[in-house]
Design a protein around this ligand. Sequence first.
Ligand SMILES: C[S@@+](CC[C@H](N)C(=O)[O-])C[C@H]1O[C@@H](n2cnc3c(N)ncnc32)[C@H](O)[C@@H]1O
Length: 447
Amino acid sequence: MENPREQALDVLIKVDKKEELSHIIIGNVLEKYQLSPKRDRAFFTRLTEGTLERLITIDYVIDQFSRTKLRKCRPLIRSLLRMGTYQILYMDQVPDSAACNEAVKLAKKRGFSRLSGFVNGVLRNISRNKDHIAWPDQNKDKNVWLSVKYSMPVWLIEFFRETYDAETVEKMAASFLEEKETTLCCLKTRGGREPVKKEFLEEGIHVRDGILCDEALKISGYDSLYRLSAFREGKCFVQDESSMLAASLAGARAGQTVLDLCSAPGGKAMYMADQMNGEGIVIARDLTEEKTDLIEENIERTELENIRVEAADAREQDKDMLEKADVVLADLPCSGLGIMGRKNDIKYNADREQMKELAILQKKILKNAASYVKPGGVLLYSTCTINPEENEENFRWIREESGFEPEDLRPLLPADLKSDTAQDGYLQLLPGIHPCDGFFIGKLRRV
Ligand SMILES: C[S@@+](CC[C@H](N)C(=O)[O-])C[C@H]1O[C@@H](n2cnc3c(N)ncnc32)[C@H](O)[C@@H]1O
């Protein structure tokens, strides 16, 4: 990677112009420069992801110290100021003078010599005054204060506060900004957690056990997953503990028929196939072949044999599957508000209208999902969001519509996990409150 700052600049400009989702653009750059030194790749990743994560805070600061408002600047200048400010405010290892000088050099290199003085002036002004920023007054408007402090759109803060108190919302917002380890699920059928852990320790990677699930390992300090042999050989795959918990609460057992309607990239399908010890079948479906190819790739790597992959639209009822499945998993497309800390685009692109449309889509799929459950079988509904309309309300709706009984989750939960609603068959996991992503899990049984 020739100049990680210039690569970061190009990514920020593309994201600003909404050319593509940021994790795809960043992933493409990392793939192109996979042989570059780990240090450059890490600097590039931190600078792009960090700047995007703190965009609202950064823009607030720049507008305080610049005479031209950021929204009136050219995209290149806007992105240069944003990444310069991120380095000054959040990257202690970068001297402020380097952040300013490199921004000036890039402005000149990209044909903006006339504006390089402006870039220099704004960044040096921020550097001089970084301990005297006038933040919003939290006593005047707590939501605006939370929005600027945690870089979350104010409407989202207001939306969460319709359900949760300010303290809970602050914990959630803070947790989205925390540095995340990567959570891996280790397959029992491939030897389980201990040998993988040993291998990672030998490779000098920081590793610790998960908190909620026996299969989980949390790792950090590695470069690319594909450089880890245990990952390459399919002994583990990336999955948050909230997802492992959802798949484990489905309770799939050896010999059963499991139908996973929205399966790509296949995380929960693989977890269940592994729990079934390779006996019985998990039918893993998704909408397009592009998506089912992702499941196929993962199965090939993990060598799980009891998964059958099919492309199918879950909105259409499949008459051949009526009352055929012991377990139906409806892990549905959702607004993703529980994983905003992993995907920056979600918090900036979410909107209430789209959330309402998703709730309608979920109802349609849930109705079909219920029709595939055998008498005595299970319907497990899950999403990675924090939105009562998509979660609790849809769970209540399908319970009434299907006549299925909610299953008491209390005996099935890890000891450390407390929830007031578990006895009613569902739980809403909250980042910052629970040790995992934000996730909804609801379990019903056909009586
Ligand atoms: C939350 S993700 C599933 C994650 C997956 N269960 C896992 O654990 O790896 C939702 C999936 O729903 C799929 N999807 C969206 N609309 C669908 C539809 N109408 N029919 C089937 N799958 C759909 C998306 O392609 C996406 O892969």
